[in-house]
Design a protein around this ligand. Structure first.
Ligand code: XMP
Length: 609
């Protein structure tokens, strides 16, 4: 695709790089994330470049990657925080250590510039920096100063060279706390000569042409899970290449939801006839996972099993020469592109080593790799895909496997039952806590954690009450901060758990079936009460534990609200919904207790593994 109508956002690992691109795209300007190591020629074709902040680089380090060469390109450049300091330094200004500012500050515009068109003289901006620009080189002017409680007045909060079209902000205009930040970004897009004409449907023809060019007269082989991304990609490929050139494969891993494989088959068989293939590979997946309990180990086995099945089917169908298509979307690409800076929290099923090798050999195409989930849905709508197919909750590639916890029955080393009592001072009266002896994956300070959950119960009160849930949600940050070794907080919906001990349990067909039934029951309750749109995603997790007399499985309900899945909160749902779930789930064989996961991301992640 041509880049002359796009902006490049260079991601130096700042938390908000995603947000910069999103803000532009939401207002009709196409922007995409790039790595600092990309060759300078790649940047030359863009209408402009934005340089993000950085958590670990400072202007006192060597200029990173191709940044110096990018700054010499004749296109507009805007930098924030680290990017701002690099611009000042590159053109002969200076930066000093110290004089930190965190949180809100007042920006005062001291000189006019097109970057501040329409912005009031004073507004609130969001600061998060340790170093400070203290002089600028020839051609540059100070256009904004800041002041904040506790750290006084800061010069050079915004700088500009309108002739070279270089702009730097010490603050973060991309976060919502910066009052007119979004307007400043839009001013930059205008300085780059762009008009707000982008949305996914305007680029549909260009996208199809790019697919045709890449594929040529080859056949494409697409794995369809039935999720939104692969459904949209299937339709896009058929439109771009014609139905004859597209073969679809649905792999039943054994970890699909109830009725899911049949529904996928119904949709695609009708559309593609004998170019739709379905394979029941559940034996292969389940056998490969026998005895495995560690989440990353599981994820790698699942990803590699996908590749094995795919290669086998391609060879059987005499399609080994075909290109493999994947519905990978933007956050996946960025996360793997940013691997140098970001630690692996979870290996996605389409990013295991065997798949990376196929990608390196040029055997894979990922035509949705520049889109967010919302944009994939918009693209699907412009392709005429019915709304109910597009609005479904996202479902992870490894399926129910990452929601079915397995255990050797050993007590985790970090398990200390006495820690539960430390929760008491942070809880409403009558609420008590216990630590559960089984870890799950979370994310703390951008690092993976593998820690234990704290489960709370209230003596005699109503465990399903919405007000009670809200009260507990507000305690979660202090609990996670004060109790070492926990990364999740659960609310028991079925009374106290007297003696939860570890239980050996693996990925058996019987347990998968139990989870499938539990998941189906919860989804049916959501649909019946019209709550599907009130949550973004709703994992149901099965945790093996000996729970006194009561049973051997704890069912955890994990409703989440989010926009980009990089963070999440927990929505409050009505009592009637939980009442129905608890009654139905408690009647399933082996289920001893039901709990609600009250953890935000971070410190939890959405999925437990
Ligand atoms: P976490 O658990 O990391 O999940 O907070 C964020 C989002 O990603 C989904 N997810 C996956 N999707 N393949 C996928 O296609 C995977 O391997 C995978 N792992 C997590 C998860 O369901 C949530 O929406």
């Amino acid at each position: 695709m041509s880049r002359k109508n796009s902006l490049a956002v260079i991601d130096f690992g700042g938390q908000y790089a995603h947000l910069i691109a999103t803000k532009f795209r939401n207002r009709g300007y196409h922007a995409e994330i790039r790595n600092p190591e990309d060759p300078v020629e790649r940047f030359a074709g863009y209408a402009g470049v934005v340089i993000s902040g950085s958590p670990n680089l400072s202007a006192f380090d060597e200029e990173s990657g191709t940044l110096g060469a990018v700054l010499d390109l004749p296109i507009p450049v805007l930098g924030f925080c680290y990017g701002h300091q690099e611009i000042a330094k590159h053109y002969g200004g200076s930066v000093m250590r110290g004089r930190q500012e965190f949180g809100p500050a007042i920006l005062e515009i001291v000189s006019e510039s097109p970057i501040f068109k329409g912005i009031p003289k004073e507004s609130t901006v969001f600061m998060s920096h340790g170093d400070t620009v203290c002089s600028v080189g020839e051609g540059f002017r100070e256009i904004g100063v800041s002041s904040s409680a506790g750290s006084g007045r800061h010069t050079f909060a915004a700088i500009a060279d309108d002739t070279r079209r270089r702009y730097g902000f010490q603050y973060h205009p991309e976060v919502d706390d910066s009052q007119f930040g979004e307007e400043m970004l839009m001013n930059f897009a205008r300085i780059c000569g762009l008009a707000p004409t982008w949305d996914v449907s305007t680029s549909l023809e260009e996208r199809k042409a790019a697919i045709r060019e890449r594929v040529g007269d080859r056949t494409v082989f697409l794995l369809v899970s039935g999720g939104v991304d692969s459904t949209v990609l299937g339709e896009l490929l058929i439109e771009a290449l014609g139905p004859e050139a597209v073969h679809l494969l649905h792999v039943d891993t054994g970890f699909m939801r109830q009725g899911e494989s049949a529904a996928v088959t119904e949709i695609f068989h009708e559309r593609c006839g004998d170019r739709y293939h379905v394979v029941d590979a559940s034996d292969l997946f389940i056998e490969a996972l026998e005895g495995v309990t560690e989440p990353e180990h599981k994820r790698n086995i699942i990803g590699e099993a996908f590749v094995t099945v795919c290669e086998r089917e391609m060879s059987t169908l005499d399609l080994s020469h075909a290109l493999l298509a994947q519905g990978t979307i933007y956050p996946d690409t960025v996360e793997s592109g940013g691997e140098k800076r970001a630690k692996v929290i979870k290996t996605h099923h389409n990013r295991v080593k065997l798949m990376e090798e196929m990608i390196a050999r040029g055997q894979v195409i990922e035509p949705l790799a520049d889109l967010y989930k919302k944009e994939v849905r918009d693209l699907g709508a412009s392709l005429g895909i019915p709304a109910p197919l597009l609005e479904r909750h996202p479902f992870p590639g490894p399926g129910l496997a990452v929601r079915l916890l397995a255990s050797r029955g050993e007590t985790p080393e970090a398990f200390d039952p006495a820690l539960g009592a430390r929760a008491t001072p942070y809880l409403p009266a009558g609420v008590e806590g216990a630590i559960l002896p089984i870890p799950s994956v979370g994310v703390k300070a951008d690092l993976r954690s593998y820690e234990l959950p704290l489960i709370l119960h209230q003596n005699g009160g109503d465990a399903l009450d919405e007000v009670f849930h809200a009260r507990i949600f507000s305690c979660v940050p202090s609990l996670v901060k004060e109790i070492p070794g926990i990364n999740r907080v659960l609310i028991s919906l079925t009374g106290p758990l007297p003696s939860a001990t570890p239980r050996p349990a693996f990925m058996t067909r019987q347990r998968i079936e139990l989870l499938r039934r539990a998941d189906h029951l919860v989804n049916t309750a959501l649909t019946e009460l019209g709550l599907m749109e009130a949550v973004w995603q709703f994992p149901v997790v099965l945790v093996p534990l000996n729970i006194g007399e009561k049973g051997q499985e704890l069912v955890v309900l994990r409703p989440v609200s989010t926009v980009r899945a990089m963070t999440c909160t927990v929505p409050i749902l009505p009592r009637a919904f939980y009442e129905g779930c608890v009654a139905g789930l408690s009647a399933l064989p082996g289920v001893g207790a039901v709990a609600l996961d009250a953890t935000t991301k971070p410190p939890g992640t959405i999925e437990w593994e």
